[in-house]
Design a protein around this ligand. Structure first.
Ligand code: SF4
Length: 674
């Protein structure tokens, strides 16, 4: 038996260190690496027995070519030579007839590894294919933060240990950031109060002293009213605001005029007296630390929600105090220069951009040229993309050639013309960074490839050769790509003092945001926190209604929250029967009042519906969900759902107010007996 270090590859801020016990080229057991500086030896329930995913009997072990109707999942075995030739031939034919923009790459964070996740970028740039706007997750967060803070990284997440008031704002951290929860518990043990601000009582509620529920999408309204109370009652940190920000006088005047607690009570559902009390509690804290999750950003007003909450932390002066501030992520992407690896210089002409949240529209409505070929890796859009009805109708087009590179026969793979078997993270080389802390780790293959599975980068090299691309990049090994990325990134300033030999040996190393001597503390054009940003079409943080706000025509009675779950991560882990059983299938949570109003009992079969479609659920009646809200946790594979559709048949392709992000939490539904 040998022990190999690795990293959890999934889309999670924790990027846990793994120890793989390898026997006979197989992973006998995967456990947490006690030497990892952040995860310190523990893993979440999803990855605790990762060897079961790696060696699942359902792994794809050889290429497949479709023999039945699209979506049915009937295939014949093919050789790699045949499969690669088929994909290359179809790409050549589509490019010749319609131009290369008729080819659409589609990928996201099925692996967070910098090599495998981005493996197709150079190939598709060289080909001249359409470019995918990869904005399904955090772009509204980024847009909201950068409107205020520019490129300033947030506080170090470990500073939460020094806080005396922790606010978990729109984050079910027990499901999505479990090692941060450990630190929150430690802060609480040291005397901090912990508040949870949420749209329903999640599994994170027991971590907090108190949970405050607000209406989905009303986070910005709450933040503005809190600032109103701070400004009105002389509780804002005027010294910090005068020294470190621009625009406070104008913003102060606006929130005083427009955003009193009584107004916010109507928007948020939180009584005005509670808003007043919360503002006073925040102002009394020595170092309030707001950990903001993705929830508030996944609305039509998501960027403004984030901007308002981040600006609230400025009004409190929290950024100026150790243990205080607003944390969304580490901005560690700034540590990497990926331009050469992504083949930015290989594109010979500009190509159009297709937003990944609008895949349904792209497949059905794009012209000049239409999408006639698509290649999917590290994603499962049939399950996870919004407006599933439109996506599936697009994938079912007979004139669309679809190639999918995957570990399992996912819902998307079932629609493929060619399926290519992919390696798991234990079977290939990669380089990982975390967006929830500051470690970087380089990993080697720990086990032999399962069957004929190949890494993403190997397959794109085969495709490049088949297409006649001769650039040296397409001959590099994955290890050489890691070397290239590290070498190009060495000038970003984040790598000073990094133990390079430890990195080369597979150990986790810590990178830090640069603080050049004499540089302003705030990485904005003015060098201050920009409460007023005249480059932005909205110069001041202000109230913007969500898409499903009544003022924008939201009519159906229930706001649908499509929340993360404990035992799935988007559509990943559905291959594991043990985790499927724990996840308990598609359930919809409603308050007792909403269930009673519809004559529905706990455990009933129900259908949630809106103008986009309908999905079948088992009803859970619980007082943990407020009236006016329906909660569906987890994204299930369609093949395992009762009606062949998951919650994304109810989510729309509408985008956020900044960053062109997804609006998964900003939809309305009603529910009836199924
Ligand atoms: S999913 Fe997240 S918490 Fe779970 S093992 Fe992976 S990185 Fe750690």
């Amino acid at each position: 038996m040998k022990l190999v270090r690795s990293v959890c590859p999934f889309d999670c801020p924790d990027a846990c260190g793994l120890l793989v016990e390898v026997e006979g080229g197989r992973a006998a057991r995967v456990r947490g690496d006690p030497e990892h500086p952040y995860s310190q030896g523990t893993l979440c329930p999803k990855v605790n027995a990762y060897e079961r995913s790696v060696h699942s009997p359902d792994r794809l072990t050889h290429p497949l070519v479709r023999t039945g109707p699209k979506g049915e999942g009937r295939f014949r075995r093919a050789s790699w030579d045949e499969a690669i030739a088929l994909v290359a031939d179809r790409f050549r034919a589509v490019a010749a007839e319609h131009g290369p923009e008729a080819i659409l790459p589609y990928s996201y964070a099925g692996s967070m590894g910098i090599v495998q996740r981005n493996a197709g970028m150079a190939f598709f740039n060289r080909l001249g294919a359409s470019r995918l706007e990869r904005t399904i997750c955090t772009p509204a967060q980024d847009a909201g933060w950068s409107a205020l803070m520019g490129k300033t990284p947030g506080p170090d997440p470990d500073e939460v240990l020094d806080s005396d008031l922790v606010v978990l704002w729109g984050i079910n951290a027990v499901a999505t950031n479990i090692h941060f929860v450990k630190r929150v518990k430690e802060a609480r043990r040291r005397g901090a109060e912990v508040l949870l601000l949420e749209t329903y009582e999640t599994d994170t509620a027991p971590v907090a002293d108190r949970t405050l529920l607000v209406r989905p999408g009303s986070d910005g309204a709450l933040a503005l009213a809190l600032v109103h109370v701070l400004a009105r009652d002389g509780l804002a940190d005027e010294r910090f605001l005068a020294a470190e920000t621009v625009g406070w006088p104008e913003w102060r005047a606006r929130v005083l005029a427009e955003n009193p607690p009584e107004w916010a009570a109507a928007e948020t559902g939180l009584p005005a007296a509670e808003i007043e009390a919360l503002a006073r509690r925040l102002a009394a804290a020595r170092a309030p630390f707001i950990r903001m999750g993705g929830g508030p950003s996944r609305h039509g007003n998501g960027a403004m929600n984030v901007r308002c909450v981040a600006a609230l932390a400025a009004a409190l002066g929290a950024y100026g105090r150790r243990g205080g501030g607003c944390f969304l992520g580490t901005a560690s992407s700034q540590a990497f220069d990926l331009a050469d690896w992504l083949g930015e210089g290989l594109a010979t002409r500009p190509a159009r951009t297709v937003n990944m949240n609008e895949l349904g529209r792209a497949l059905r409505e794009l012209r000049d040229p239409p999408v006639r070929a698509m290649y999917v890796w590290c994603s499962n859009p049939a399950s996870v993309a919004p407006d599933q009805g439109a996506v599936l109708a697009g994938l079912a087009r007979e004139d669309l050639f679809l190639a999918v590179h995957e570990r399992f026969l996912t819902d998307t793979a079932r629609y493929a013309d060619v399926v290519l078997p992919a390696t798991s993270s234990l079977e290939h080389v990669d380089l990982y960074r975390s967006y929830g802390h500051h470690t970087v780790q380089r990993v080697s293959a720990a086990v032999d490839p399962v069957g004929e599975a190949r890494p993403n980068w190997e397959v794109f090299k085969l495709l490049a050769a088949a297409m006649g691309f001769e650039e040296p990049l397409f001959r590099m090994t994955a290890d050489e790509v890691v070397d290239l990325v590290l070498e190009r990134s060495s000038t970003t300033g984040w790598w000073d003092g990094v133990d390079r030999s430890r990195l080369a040996a597979g150990g986790a190393v810590t990178i830090r945001p640069p603080r050049p001597p004499g540089a302003p503390r705030w990485a904005t054009p003015s060098g201050r926190i920009e409460l007023r940003n005249d480059r932005h079409e909205e110069p001041l943080p202000r109230f913007v209604p969500s898409h499903s706000h009544a003022a924008r025509g939201g009519k159906l009675p229930l706001r649908l929250v499509t929340a993360p779950a404990l035992y799935t991560l988007n559509s990943t882990f559905q291959e594991r029967p043990d985790l499927r059983e724990k996840a308990g299938g598609m359930t919809l949570k409603l308050s007792p009042a909403e269930a009673a109003a519809r004559g529905l009992a706990d455990g009933a079969r129900v259908v949630a519906w809106n103008e986009l479609g309908e999905a079948a659920f088992t009803l859970r009646v619980t007082p943990r969900v407020p009236a006016g809200v329906a909660v569906a946790e987890g994204v299930f594979w369609l093949a395992q759902t009762p009606g062949g559709r998951n919650v994304n048949v109810l989510t729309s392709q509408r985008l956020t107010d900044g960053g062109n992000g997804s609006t998964f939490y900003d939809n309305r539904v009603d529910v009836r007996a199924g």
